[in-house]
Design a protein around this ligand. Structure first.
Ligand SMILES: Nc1ncnc2c1ncn2[C@@H]1O[C@H](COP(=O)(O)OP(=O)(O)OP(=O)(O)O)[C@@H](O)[C@H]1O
Length: 334
């Protein structure tokens, strides 16, 4: 292994949690690589193995098998060096809510070995950069959720890492705060040349933000590429049909299955999704078949493939469905 032009390389990572009947194979041979200076996303539903992968790359957990390098350094052989080269922002807040934003940043810098003066200077830069300066002397616990996420990211940047890991950076934020954070994250790669690896279960986030991504499902990489490549690989259109109620789904599915123009059909509740080569050309026959099968429609749309369609193709179920299923599985387990 080891391509020098790669900021991150993961090869065949395997990780199992628990024992006997409660054994969970969180990673089942995860392989991907990231070129420097881009935002790279690990996209997958809850429980797919994203956090486990990031924890291994950030040297917080060891794989049972496989290898990983970050900024050219093997995570198992030289974890201390890897830690100096990376920033890691976990899903849980890392700041002290009682301390002010400035105090949190300076303390973090000091923990990484910076002098008080250097830490204050760097904290000032980051507070400006993330538009946090006006609130810098207020306890971080009183800040908005979006500001707190930015503070966590700024803490991860205090020691000027080369690679930044962000585990679900925008989960729980409102749409406006999420978009603002996307702009900030893009800026880190464009202006600073940093490599950012983020995990997300928001399809839109990966689509908007990532130059490249892998889709992870049940501990495996099921697709890799740029969002456009992945969507373009699915030639044709997706026709989405809203059914009057979910009891009509099986009937609609059968009606679509009989049409030569329809190459794939999937139903998710009261939504049917069909893949066709040319949406506009296929639609009249589809509507006629649904009418004959007495299926009532509430909505029809024809669109280019989305990342959701990419996920469906590779994982065999819709993203929303996978997220729901794994949420239930996690509840049963805990
Ligand atoms: N410490 C642990 N002990 C037992 N099982 C674990 C542990 N950490 C993770 N798992 C299990 O490993 C699987 C992968 O979890 P992981 O947190 O990596 O997924 P994820 O894609 O990051 O999901 P999420 O978005 O929910 O964080 C899940 O089934 C999870 O329940």
């Amino acid at each position: 292994m080891s391509a020098p032009d790669r900021a991150i390389e993961a090869v065949d990572l395997v990780k199992t949690y628990g024992r006997a009947a409660r054994k969970v194979r969180a990673l089942d041979g995860v392989t991907f690589s990231v070129r420097p200076g881009i935002v790279f996303a690990l996209l997958g539903p809850n429980g797919a193995g994203k956090s486990t992968t990031v924890r291994i790359l950030a040297t917080l957990s060891s794989p049972e098998a496989g290898q990983a390098r970050v900024a050219g350094v093997d995570v198992r052989r030289d974890p201390a060096r890897v830690r100096r080269l990376i920033g890691y922002v976990s899903q849980k807040p890392a700041f002290d809510p009682v301390g002010t934003g400035l105090e949190n940043l300076v303390l973090h810098g000091r923990l990484h070995g910076a002098s008080a003066a250097t830490a204050r200077r760097r904290a000032g830069e980051l507070l400006d950069r993330f538009d946090l300066a006006p609130a810098a002397r207020r306890p971080a616990g009183t800040w908005s959720g979006g500001m707190q996420r930015k503070l966590d990211i700024a803490m991860g940047l205090m020691h000027r890492p080369r690679v930044l890991f962000l585990d679900e950076p925008t989960t729980g934020l409102d749409p406006e705060a999420r978009r603002e954070l996307w702009t900030q994250i893009s800026g880190l790669t464009r202006q600073d040349g940093l490599t950012v690896l983020l995990t997300t279960h928001y399809l839109e986030e990966a689509d908007q933000l990532a130059a490249e991504l892998v889709i992870v499902d049940a501990g495996r990489v099921v697709a890799a590429g740029s969002p456009d490549q992945l969507k373009n690989d699915l030639a044709g259109d997706t026709v989405r049909l809203g059914l009057a109620d979910r009891t009509q789904a099986a009937r609609a599915h059968r009606a679509m299955g009989g049409l030569p123009a329809v190459t794939e059909v999937d139903t998710d509740g009261a939504v049917l999704r069909a893949r066709v080569a040319d949406g506009a050309a296929a639609l009249p026959a589809m509507l006629a078949a649904l009418h004959t099968a007495a299926v009532e429609l509430t909505a029809v749309s024809v669109a280019r493939p989305s990342l959701d369609d990419v996920y469906l193709r590779h994982a065999g179920r819709s993203f929303a469905d996978a997220d729901r299923t794994s949420a239930v599985r996690e509840e049963v387990r805990s």
